[in-house]
Design a protein around this ligand. Sequence first.
Ligand code: AP5
Length: 215
Amino acid sequence: MRIVMLGAPGSGKGTQAQRIQKDYGLPQVSTGDLLRRAVADKTPLGLKAKQVMDAGELVSDDIVLGMIKERIAQPDAARGFILDGFPRNISQANSLDALLADLKLKLDRAVLMEVDFQILMKRLTGRRTCSTTGQVVNIYFSSPAELEACRASGGELVQRNDDNEATIRNRLQVYERQTAPLVDYYEKKGLLRTVAATGDIDAVYSRLKAALDLA
Ligand code: AP5
């Protein structure tokens, strides 16, 4: 199955894609994660992308398309994948269509994670990633046990550089301007499913599985 996850920053795309990956073995392909790795490794691509990401703008289409091409050619993506954070504008969506057509593959679903804008700021300012396990948690929404698990593993809860209020505001504007038009794009292709992504993470996951016809 080949899936595109759509949704504003903080709508839970990464959280839910990781669950699908764990339960169904479909790799989560997150352009944000690939870019953050390149930044951390100080690769030439990472050095180029850092400023753009810290400002909450989009990295150039050719950079992300190159990363996607390389990633979906890997063996673990042969059975399918979940694209998380890609495509991000109409031009990237057209490039994805062309890439899949070249590979004689098709997209099965695009899922929109729908969340009220007011709660996104709290989710994003509260997000932390465990430095040892990589587990993403939230200081406002995760249980004390989930937060403690990171400390118990010897890790620290780290905040993403772009999870500050000013950058979040810009990311939300960039989403509205450049990414939200993809909802119509996939609707017209008959691929769109919408998931109410507010409320308990487990409940959202059940709704997502139903939208993807996964048992
Ligand atoms: P990226 O990493 O893709 O960030 P994003 O789209 O802003 O999405 P987020 O990761 O912020 O949100 P999410 O929906 O995954 O939420 P999460 O599950 O973590 O991109 C970062 C940057 O990279 C971009 O700004 C851009 O510069 C660049 N980039 C990436 N892709 C690009 C592309 N294709 N083209 C160009 N540039 C690109 O959840 C958020 C928090 O909420 C967590 O703490 C989580 O625990 C919590 N949470 C989740 N669900 C719930 C729930 N149901 N209830 C309570 N809390 C919840």
